[in-house]
Design a protein around this ligand. Structure first.
Ligand code: C2E
Ligand code: CA
Ligand code: CA
Ligand code: CA
Length: 273
């Protein structure tokens, strides 16, 4: 019994050790990802109730030469602990502005909005707002077409500072969306204080619509809440016609999900003409 116990412990240690090693390897590789041109942005369409294209969400992709495609859900948390998220965030912002400038030359795409995910680490930087302002100036991108998606995890600590940052960005013309709405804590306590333009209903609440009755009560409440605050309400992760129909009945106006299109590095395939 003792022998097998020892074996179990050392196996566990080895597993731990390899997990730590893996993280370390990933974080080192991540430092070179930008300069080695391994990052790209996949664009996922956002539509209105007529399924007309209104914009895109930019989703980061990391193509590692040996490991293949690594999900942002796996590497963003690492990038946040190492600080690599700062240069990665700058890269996403710059690529997005360049994309908007390209879209602005075409009448079928110049109205499109581009939503970016902004990490709390990035947003809490003292110089985040001047950085954004400079980049907009340098690229010539129209701030009206740019939207930042923030998550509820940002709303801890100095909320006044966050509100000031958001106000300054809105003064530049950039709009603000609260991502994964409903999944965080204490949402209601600060919601009315935040200068928001949009609420993004998390995919979990879209899935809840598959069971009628109790399952959809919370979804309905979140949508009504957004509408009563005069915010645009968009649902993410819409996969079925049934979910699309029910969301419309509940007052949701904008939609994103596999039903309308998967994230693609070739956004133009979704353009109307
Ligand atoms: P998120 O912001 O909630 O993004 C939505 C995720 O749901 C994306 O996963 C998207 O591909 C996926 N999705 C979209 N439609 C559907 C659907 O109909 N069904 C299902 N099952 N999934 C759908 P992805 O691309 O793997 O991104 C994961 C997360 O990584 C994002 O979640 C976001 O939090 C983070 N992320 C992505 N890009 C960036 C970035 O540039 N910066 C930062 N800070 N975070 C990012
Ligand atoms: Ca998002
Ligand atoms: Ca989301
Ligand atoms: Ca989500």
């Amino acid at each position: 019994a003792k022998r097998s116990g020892d074996t179990a412990i050392s196996f566990f240690d080895r597993k731990m050790e390899s997990a730590v090693k893996e993280r370390l390897q990933l974080s080192q590789a991540l430092n070179h990802a930008i300069e080695r041109h391994q990052l790209s942005l996949a664009m996922q369409p956002q539509v209105n109730k007529y399924q007309q294209l209104i914009g895109f969400e930019a989703l980061l992709r990391w193509n590692h030469p040996e490991l293949g495609e690594i999900s942002p859900a796996d590497f963003i948390p690492i990038a946040e602990t190492t600080g690599a998220i700062l240069s990665i965030g700058d890269w996403v912002l710059e690529k997005s502005c360049e994309t908007l400038v390209r879209w602005a030359t075409n009448s079928s795409s110049k109205h499109l909005k581009l939503s970016l995910n902004v990490s709390p680490i990035q947003f809490r930087r003292g110089d985040f707002v001047p950085r954004v302002e400079q980049l907009l100036k340098r690229t010539g991108a129209n701030p009206k077409n740019l939207r930042f998606e923030l998550t509820e995890s940002l709303m801890v600590g100095d909320i006044n500072f966050i509100v000031r940052q958001m106000n300054s960005l809105r003064q530049l013309g950039v709009s603000m969306s609260l991502d994964d709405f409903g999944t965080g804590y204490a949402s209601l306590a600060y919601l009315t204080q935040l200068p928001l333009d949009e609420l993004k209903i998390d995919r979990a609440f879209v899935q809840d619509l598959d069971q009628r009755g109790k399952g959809e009560l919370l979804t309905e409440t979140l949508i009504s809440l957004g509408r009563s605050m005069n915010l645009a309400v968009i649902a993410e992760g819409v996969e079925t016609d049934k979910q699309f129909e029910r969301l419309q009945e509940l007052g949701c106006e904008f939609f994103q999900g596999y039903l309308f299109g998967r994230p693609s590095v070739d956004a133009e395939r979704y353009f109307n003409d």
